[in-house]
Design a protein around this ligand. Structure first.
Ligand SMILES: NC(=O)c1ccc[n+]([C@@H]2O[C@H](COP(=O)([O-])OP(=O)(O)OC[C@H]3O[C@@H](n4cnc5c(N)ncnc54)[C@H](O)[C@@H]3O)[C@@H](O)[C@H]2O)c1
Length: 265
């Protein structure tokens, strides 16, 4: 239970879904966690346990250490304040998990409006950029390295139909991860990405409830099931801990084999 003992971690978009699961898992492994999001309540329609509790309250109820800082990752000032507050409250920063993200789907490329494109880029690209940039500034000042875990997607590694605005934003997030790993490795700042396939959160609820989609999806997944928040949280613990100290610039698929093959057996 001590795999992150003594570490201070920020998780963005941590009120719901993966972010909430990662924040809770990090706290359970001994990290002091700064939970941040645009709103403190979990999204409606997700799969959260104890959804009446905020993430910070759920962590504290389980005996962990957490503070909530409101932050819209599309605003650089908010992200700078998030990092500053973390240093003020917990004395420094060891890990940032850039998780906040939005999804847009259901249209062919020529049908998407510019708002969908702008929203995906504002949150999934610019938001991740700001999170990396502000954390790196503090890591450099601290002079003891640091650790960045970016929540990307298998959508950043391949094409999918009817979600081009999302896929191109995640493609940018994947390449940002690679670029930063090249630039900051010598400063002992590790940068890695997690690439899940569809997993059960409020973001995918409508797809999960669509029986046709569910069948088509699980048919092509060799493990024949959706991802769970805990699957992603377990990988995030590993990447956030010193157990992964020589893993750098990687984009790790966590997809039940989705990206191996398009045909079911
Ligand atoms: N669920 C999946 O199947 C799946 C698969 C691959 C990748 N992802 C990625 O995982 C990440 C988390 O997704 P999720 O499924 O947990 O979604 P979710 O909708 O359940 O949670 C996302 C959280 O991000 C927050 N958020 C949205 N915009 C924000 C902003 N501007 N600033 C701060 N917080 C903001 C939301 O309030 C919410 O709490 C996203 O980057 C998503 O693209 C999800």
């Amino acid at each position: 239970m001590d795999r992150l003992k003594g570490k201070v971690a920020i998780v963005t978009g941590a009120s719901s879904g993966f972010g909430r699961g990662i924040a809770m898992a990090y706290a359970a492994q001994g990290a002091k966690v700064v939970v941040s999001d645009i709103h403190e309540e979990p999204n409606k329609g997700g799969f959260e346990r104890d959804a009446q509790l905020t993430t910070a309250a759920a962590i504290r109820k389980a005996g962990g250490e957490a503070t909530y800082v409101q932050c819209d990752v599309t605003k650089q000032g908010d992200v700078a304040n998030l990092v500053q507050e973390t240093a003020r409250v917990y004395g420094g920063l060891d890990v940032i998990v850039n998780n906040a993200g939005v999804y847009r789907a259901g249209k062919l490329a020529h049908e998407f409006g510019v708002e969908d494109l702008d929203t995906c880029f504002a949150v999934n690209v610019k938001g991740m950029w700001f999170g990396c940039q502000e954390a790196i500034k503090l890591f450099l000042r601290q002079g003891r390295g640091g650790n960045i875990v970016n929540i990307v997607s298998t959508a950043g590694l391949q094409g999918h139909p009817r979600q081009s605005v999302y896929n191109i934003s995640k493609g940018a997030a994947a390449n940002l991860t690679r670029c930063l790993a090249i630039e900051y490795g010598r400063e002992k700042i590790r940068v890695n990405g997690i690439c899940p396939t569809y997993a059960k959160t409020s973001l995918t609820r409508a797809l999960f409830d669509d029986k046709d989609f569910d069948k088509a999806f699980t048919d092509v997944i060799p493990l024949k099931r959706w991802g769970e928040v805990e699957d992603i949280a377990n990988l995030a613990i590993f990447l956030g801990s010193d157990e992964s100290s020589y893993i750098h610039g990687d984009l790790i698929r966590i997809d039940g084999g989705e990206t191996l093959c398009r045909f079911s057996v």
